[in-house]
Design a protein around this ligand. Structure first.
Ligand code: MG
Length: 366
């Protein structure tokens, strides 16, 4: 099985008009659509594997990296030898950066090759990793709203869809308080501020955040690589800290955990090297007694990769992040949908579900 072709499909799926997500404000930019980059690897005997690169504003850059730098190194290589190909990609391309859109493109190809490996073995990816659970708990990852009334309505909507664990992306504590008041004391709340604060700013908010009783506080500090700052905040505040979606390499995951920076580590399969690198984070986390909560802010193969790996390697409390957006369409339609706060692990070969070609055709960004 030789890699014959690597194709990249940039997608833009708008949020539904009039939905709560339509009213959301992500920072000051708004988020009117979900942009993603889907990759298809085709072998000379006709097998197809699907991967995903981290999207949003990086889609065009990742597409260029795939087409100009990554694909030429993949074509003609043996699709059944993922590790040596990934080693060569990481090593050959390291001079152009160890993270960012280039790494997102490499991640997408890795995920696609695992999809192909599963299809060739007629087994789901989780079985290739040793075997997985049939379903996983998941949490609703909400858009940013800023307005306490809107966040109240959106948390209610997530509870009504069966979630009992919610993640907010608010930076104003009034909005976080409003969410806690809406959901009551028994629902798990996480808060992701996407690197909003300095250590001193975070310290001044710690007492109030503690009263809101978060399961974790995610990426509190700028810059994300301030592992010592995270460790200090974690030690002095007593708040459990999560981070890792912006960590690019295995060495840095080691440093993050050695620093004592996190209670929950969040490797992101479509950013940090795909299934191959993601699987390596688990033994490091076990050594440091850190829980792995995979970052899966995706709708496509990136999400499926997270599900298969969590099902096979995750601890009993590992949760899947489900993007609680109201989009016009989903890449997998109704084939992948949580119920009562749990999600079924696909059992078909490879990633287990094929993307809907109509969705790709309709939302292809040209
Ligand atoms: Mg996050």
């Amino acid at each position: 099985m030789i890699i014959a072709k690597v194709d990249a499909f940039p997608l833009r799926i708008p949020v539904k008009r009039g939905s709560t997500a339509d009213a959301a404000a992500w920072g000051d930019k708004g988020l009117p659509a979900a942009d993603s980059l889907i990759i298809r690897v085709t072998t000379d005997d006709g097998l197809e594997g699907w991967g995903e690169a981290f999207g949003f504003r990086a889609v065009s850059s990742a597409k260029l990296a795939v087409e100009e730098l990554i694909a030429p190194l993949c074509i003609g290589r043996d699709a059944t030898r993922i590790a040596p190909l990934m080693f060569d990609l990481h090593k050959t391309l390291h001079i152009f950066g160890r993270g960012g859109p280039l790494a997102y493109g490499v991640s997408a190809v890795d995920i696609a090759l695992w999809d192909i490996a599963g299809k060739a073995a007629n087994a789901p990816v989780h079985r290739l990793l040793g075997g997985g659970r049939a379903d996983l708990p998941c949490y609703a990852s909400l858009n940013r709203f800023s307005d306490p009334r809107l966040i109240g309505a959106e948390t209610r909507r997530a509870l009504d869809s069966g979630f009992r664990s919610l993640k907010l992306h608010e930076t104003e504590l009034s909005a976080v308080r409003a969410a806690r008041e809406e959901v009551g004391p028994d629902v798990e709340l996480m808060l992701d501020v996407n690197c909003a604060w300095t250590l001193n700013e975070a310290r001044t908010k710690a007492e109030e955040l503690k009263q809101i009783r978060l399961k974790w506080l995610e990426e509190p500090l700028w810059p994300p690589e301030d592992y010592d700052g995270l460790a200090e905040l974690r030690r002095t505040s007593g708040i459990r800290i999560a981070a890792g979606e912006n960590v690019s390499t295995l060495m840095d995951f080691g440093r993050l955990m050695t620093a004592g920076a996190v209670d929950f580590v969040q490797p992101s399969p479509a950013k940090m090297g795909g299934i191959s690198e993601l699987a390596k984070v688990f033994p490091i986390a076990a050594v440091h007694d850190v829980a792995v909560m995979i970052h899966s802010f995706y709708d496509g193969p990136g999400l499926l990769a997270a599900i298969h790996v969590a099902a096979a390697l995750g601890t009993a409390d590992a949760m899947i992040e489900w993007r609680h957006f109201d989009l016009e369409a989903q890449l997998y339609g109704g084939a992948l949908s949580p119920g009562h706060g749990r999600i079924s692990v696909p059992q078909g070969p490879g990633l287990g579900i094929e993307p809907d070609q109509n969705v790709i055709r309709t939302y292809l960004r040209v």
